[in-house]
Design a protein around this ligand. Sequence first.
Ligand SMILES: CC(=O)N[C@H]1[C@@H](OP(=O)(O)OP(=O)(O)OC[C@H]2O[C@@H](n3ccc(=O)[nH]c3=O)[C@H](O)[C@@H]2O)O[C@H](CO)[C@H](O)[C@@H]1O
Length: 394
Amino acid sequence: MPRWRVFFGQHMRWSSAAVQALALSVVTFCVVLPLCGHRLLYSHFFIRSIYLDSMSEEVLQESLHRGQDALQFWQSAVAVSTFRDVAQHPELLVTVVTSRRNEGRDSHYLLQVMRQLSILLGGCGERRCAEVLVCDVESGPQENQDAGLLEAHFKVVRRSPQELHRNREQINTFEREKRDYVFCLRRGWELVKPRNVVVLEDDALPRPDFFSVVKDLLSRRFALHTLYIKLYHPERLQRYWNPEPYRILEWVGLGLVGATALLLTFPYWNPCSFSFRLSPAHLLFFTLYVMATAELLGRHYLLEVRRLSPQLYAVSPATECCTPAMLFPGNASLRAAHYLDGSFCVKGNAKDMVLYQLARTVPGERSHSVEPNLVTHIGAYSSVRANLARPKLL
Ligand SMILES: CC(=O)N[C@H]1[C@@H](OP(=O)(O)OP(=O)(O)OC[C@H]2O[C@@H](n3ccc(=O)[nH]c3=O)[C@H](O)[C@@H]2O)O[C@H](CO)[C@H](O)[C@@H]1O
């Protein structure tokens, strides 16, 4: 036999696992995952140029329909005092912060949110799981008309005209937004002295398991020692590639567990007759393989598995951006209001960033995030920033 054939045969035998690994990677990353992920919004395989515009338009239309439905619902709902009478010292107070919106007003975000809340509260059983307050940060001619419509059904709080005038002096939008938030935090506390507070922005639509997960979070020990627990983080920032120390740990852990499971199952189920076994080199390859698969397909979709039970929701140190849904355990809402009062917000340092920095710098304070999200952010148009004519999902 020619020497080159002997050499090649031996080399191929030696490297057959490497050839298999290469073939597996090519099939997975160039064929299977692109086929599975090209329509998934938060996957690296998502084809923006083909799908983004149509998907964004679809979501805008859906929100518009839901908003019009909610408008009809609240216009025709019989005013009952169930939600208007807010009990003292409730276990949980949900305060919904709302302001007048010009862009996107036909989607009636606030009405959608309040409709969803009333459905969820209706499903709580005999004992209501929370009291609800609408905090309209405007009043007089600027008053939010949707909040006006809800007045027959919910308690709506507003500033007095003098107070409003003081807070509408020449200040930038972000400082104004922060002062409005502080007003709502304090007002909710003064009014009913709740045991715990959730503050929702008016475009944060609670998901069906909202109250059961909040209840579970409040029963965990860490909640006693936290300034706030973030209940939402933008999906586009949930990737492993968005550097957060705990996420890297989660990523490597997932890779190791997935790789071990794959290698242990090969002896029993191996349709392609792979020659992989539980050795350090093969473990390393499959760890990287699983990590790459999880990141490329989208961590967001993996997180959805945690919805199976409130106990499976993950709690980690708080992430930076955004405050659409915040849980303030105990009297933390008062502390947060106090801290926010002592800071000045500007563009690039809005209330979410200020709160994040405060929780990291004030001795004894901590902050957390929960995943997956407990609310859906439906606000396609911002009331504090400039908007695109037709907003996009990404
Ligand atoms: C999904 C998302 O990323 N949202 C964040 C983004 O809001 P957005 O830029 O999406 O603004 P938005 O329209 O959702 O407004 C945020 C909240 O502020 C309220 N509001 C608005 C104007 C005002 O003068 N007073 C007032 O109280 C408004 O009712 C709402 O409850 O940036 C804000 C900081 O700037 C917060 O971090 C929001 O969580």
